[in-house]
Design a protein. Sequence first.
Length: 220
Amino acid sequence: DATIEVRGLRKRYGPTVAVDDLSFTVGPGRVTGFVGPNGAGKSTTMRMIMGLDRPDGGTALVGGKPYRSLRTPLCRLGAMLDAAALHPARRARDHLLWLAHAGGIPARRVDTVIELTGLTGAARRRAGGFSLGMRQRLGIAAALLGDPPVLMFDEPVNGLDPEGITWIRGLLRSLAAEGRAVLVSSHLMSELEGGADHLVVIGRGRLIADTGVGELLDAA
Ligand code: ADP
Ligand code: ADP
């Protein structure tokens, strides 16, 4: 249930090969770092996992099913792909209430995720005044609404201060410790140090390495 399986995924944008025969599995109970330079194809892969982009070939399964076939998608996969999709005039808590309502999720989950993401003091403020770090927290809160077994975050530490980075690391760790599958992307290997248990490294859309962090350190 708590898995993402990517098999032979391919995507081109005109002449650009964004994802090229990519296969990997994101397993339960660990944080999998998805690493590669800017333009390597991480976001495109994540968008295809969520059915936001149609692959030219291959499959992406969430808990064994294509995302688009899930009847309760927010309860199967939570994702933060873009922290910017917020209405500036909407208060943080109302934003989450609206998402919960649209996703058929009980409103009581809203206060749970507000607490989990440390947004209690900001819940009644308008999102327009939020710092990047606060917007990231709100995006993560939205991803956690459905209490999903699979989580996916695209560059969640971008623009965060060291305190925010430490906080996200701890949160991802505790989500994995609960048995969830967690995929987190970064263009910097150093950002995932001490945060990820497993690494999937890509370059130009192709798999470069798929390895446990322990095995990688043993080899070095
Ligand atoms: P990453 O997330 O690793 O930075 P992306 O998946 O965003 O990489 O991009 C992979 C490649 O696909 C890049 O060359 C990028 O310019 C290209 N690309 C991504 N999205 C589009 C799009 N909508 N239209 C055209 N090219 C795109
Ligand atoms: P699917 O058919 O999309 O695979 P299901 O309808 O079988 O999904 O439900 C998947 C999981 O989501 C179940 O474990 C269920 O308990 C949980 N779930 C369904 N609806 C809600 C909800 N409104 N709030 C929280 N969890 C829910």
